[in-house]
Design a protein around this ligand. Structure first.
Ligand SMILES: [Fe+2]
Ligand SMILES: [Fe+2]
Length: 282
């Protein structure tokens, strides 16, 4: 199985990939099936980067969405323009309207279509429980136990009638890949929290994950939370970390200092080979 970072805030030096504030991974199973985990923020970047990766949009077999935020779902309309009827896996709460508050103004954010329009265009597969996408590839299901810090942003809100409250991010899910070397977790924004996500995977899949790739939403974490994260990751046998998107520079430095060569940056274009151990190929 291979995982390639398709869209990220940063790109591999000297590559032809484009960058944007967004995230998408391409996962390729050993039998050749391909699917996307998230779609980046825009169709222009997603389609350009798929072309750079030498991937025909017709060859994409499915999409998994980590959550509704537009930096993860914004490329979906362009993909569906080229590839109709695609199965799309997500948590049911992904359909809930969400808002971003800036300077006292609340703006609707989230999926690029209304739920009804979305259901007409794709084969929507919604589940709170872990779902097998392909053999050896699972969604995490909803991360319900959240005793460790979550990856929150104060300006993300949901609405019930006239009541506004912080977005609980119930739709946030990750991917779990069963590989020869163990469980490999791919995160979107990790709003449920990196530690909560890893502990959930351990509970539901029966093993400590051996590697993680993606956004970990440690961007707002202070020194105390980062020290706690390091200490708890050690208890989880120090998984290899391929970090990008909303991890944040301070977290990247803290984790690199703690775990040395087990920590990699994962920009758009980075390819991870998952058979026979975890290695950054390029
Ligand atoms: Fe994000
Ligand atoms: Fe997000």
């Amino acid at each position: 199985m291979r995982v390639q970072c398709l869209v990220d805030n940063s790109v591999q030096p000297s590559s032809s990939f484009w960058g944007e504030h967004g995230l998408a991974f391409l996962i390729e199973a050993d039998d050749g099936q391909r699917f996307l985990f998230d779609t980046g923020a825009s169709g222009a970047v997603l389609l350009h980067n798929l072309e750079s990766a030498g991937v025909d949009t017709e060859s994409i077999d499915a999409v998994v969405l980590s959550h509704s935020h537009p930096d993860h779902t914004g490329g979906l309309p362009a993909l569906l323009g080229r590839r109709t009827g695609l199965p799309v896996h997500a948590h049911p709460e992904i359909l809930r309207p969400r808002y971003s508050e800036k300077n006292g103004v609340r703006t609707l954010m989230g999926l690029p279509w209304s739920p009804d329009a979305l259901k007409r265009q794709i084969e929507l597969k919604l589940s709170e429980s872990p779902e097998q996408v392909f053999p050896g590839v699972w969604t995490s299901g909803e991360i319900k136990e959240r005793n460790e810090p979550e990856g929150r942003s104060a300006h993300h809100l949901v609405r019930r009638g006239e009541d506004w409250s912080p977005d609980p991010y119930r739709d946030d899910l990750s991917l779990v890949l069963e590989t020869d070397a163990g469980l490999f977790v791919v995160c979107g924004c990790c709003h449920a929290g990196l530690l909560n996500t890893l502990l959930h995977v351990k509970d539901h899949f029966g093993e400590d994950p051996v590697a993680v790739a993606g956004g970990t939403h440690l961007v707002g974490a202070g020194p105390e939370q980062l020290a706690h994260t390091v200490s708890r990751l050690r208890e989880l046998h120090s998984p290899v970390l391929h970090l990008n998107h909303c991890t944040g520079p301070a977290a990247f430095v803290a984790l690199s200092q703690a775990f040395g060569e087990r920590v990699f940056h994962c920009p758009a274009g980075a390819m991870l080979e998952l058979s026979g151990g975890f290695q950054a190929l390029s």
